[in-house]
Design a protein around this ligand. Structure first.
Ligand code: ADP
Ligand code: MG
Length: 239
C-alpha cells in the first residue's frame, strides 16, 4: 500500500554533529506511529523537520505523494502539539482554537461552528470563554489538541504532549487522544520517551537511538522480538 507520509533518507546535523542519520519511515493514512527513544536521540528534531521548523541537510518528505521539503511550515498542512502547552495566554479558549482558522481567512460563523464542535469533543464547552491560565495542565493540552485539529491538518505531530502532566491525567488523556485520533482518522506521529505509553497507544512503534530508527514494528513485536540488546533493554524485556 502507498504510504501517506514518507520520510526518505532524512539527514540533519547541528555543526559537526549529525543528529539524524538517514531516517526512512513510511506511514499509512490514519495510522498512529510512535517515535520512542531516550532523551537526545533526535525525536523532536525529526518532528521539527517534518513540520518545517528546521531545515533538513538531506532527504525528502512526501505527504500524499507531494514533496513538501521546500514548503514553508503553514503550507505543509501539518499540526503540532508540544510538551509545554503553548497556548496564547491573552486569548480565550475559543479564540485559541479559532486562531489558525482566522489566519486562513475562514469566516466567523464557520470558525464558531468548528470551535464549538471541537470544544464538545474535548468536553470543555463550558470553558470556551476561559483563559489558558484558568485551566489545568490536562485541559490546556486538550485545547492545544483542538487548536491543532481546527485547521484540518493532514498529519498531526505530538511531541511528548503528556510528559508534563501527572500520572493519572496522563493515562486518561492518553486514551482520549487515541479516541480523537481514530475518530478523525488522522495520520499521527506521537513522540515519547515512555515505553509504556508507546506500547499502549500505537499501531506501530519506531524505536530510535542516536539519530536512527533501530527497530520498528507493532508494540507486540518490539516487546516480544527485540532485535538488539539496546531494543531489549529499552523495551524492558531483556532477560
Ligand atoms: P529528543 O527529542 O529525542 O530528546 P532532540 O531532537 O531534541 O532529541 O535532540 C537531538 C540532539 O540534537 C541532541 O543531542 C540535542 O542536543 C541536539 N540539538 C537539538 N536541537 C539543537 C539545536 N538547535 N542546536 C544544536 N543542537 C541541537
Ligand atoms: Mg524531544
Amino acid at each position: 500500500m502507498k504510504p501517506y507520509l514518507r520520510l526518505e533518507g532524512i539527514r540533519k546535523q547541528f555543526g559537526n554533529t549529525t543528529v539524524l542519520h538517514n531516517v526512512n519511515l513510511d506511514i499509512r493514512e490514519g495510522e498512529l506511529v510512535t517515535l520512542l527513544g531516550p532523551s537526545g536521540c533526535g525525536k523532536s528534531t525529526l518532528l521539527r523537520c517534518i513540520a518545517g521548523l528546521t531545515d533538513l541537510d538531506g532527504g525528502h518528505i512526501l505527504l500524499d505523494s507531494k514533496d513538501i521539503v521546500n514548503l514553508p511550515p503553514r503550507s505543509r498542512e501539518i499540526g503540532m502539539v508540544f510538551q509545554s502547552y503553548a497556548l496564547f495566554p491573552n486569548l480565550s479558549v475559543s479564540e485559541n482554537i479559532e486562531y489558525g482558522m482566522k489566519m486562513r481567512g475562514v469566516s466567523k460563523e464557520a470558525r464558531r461552528k468548528r470551535s464549538a464542535e471541537l470544544l464538545e469533543l474535548i468536553d470543555l464547552g463550558e470553558k470556551r470563554d476561559a483563559y489558558p491560565q484558568q485551566l489545568s495542565g490536562g485541559q490546556q493540552q486538550r485545547v492545544a489538541l483542538a487548536r491543532s485539529l481546527a485547521v484540518q491538518p493532514k498529519v498531526l505531530l505530538l511531541d511528548e504532549p503528556l510528559s508534563a502532566l501527572d500520572a493519572r491525567i496522563r493515562k486518561s488523556l492518553r486514551s482520549e487522544i487515541r479516541e480523537i485520533q481514530k475518530k478523525f482518522n488522522i495520520t499521527t506521529i506521537f513522540v515519547t520517551h515512555d515505553q509504556e505509553e508507546a506500547l499502549t497507544l500505537s499501531d506501530r512503534v519506531c524505536l530510535m537511538n542516536k539519530g536512527s530508527i533501530v527497530q520498528q514494528g507493532t508494540p507486540e513485536e518490539l516487546y516480544a522480538i527485540p532485535r538488539t540488546e539496546f531494543v531489549a533493554q529499552f523495551m524492558g524485556s531483556y532477560n
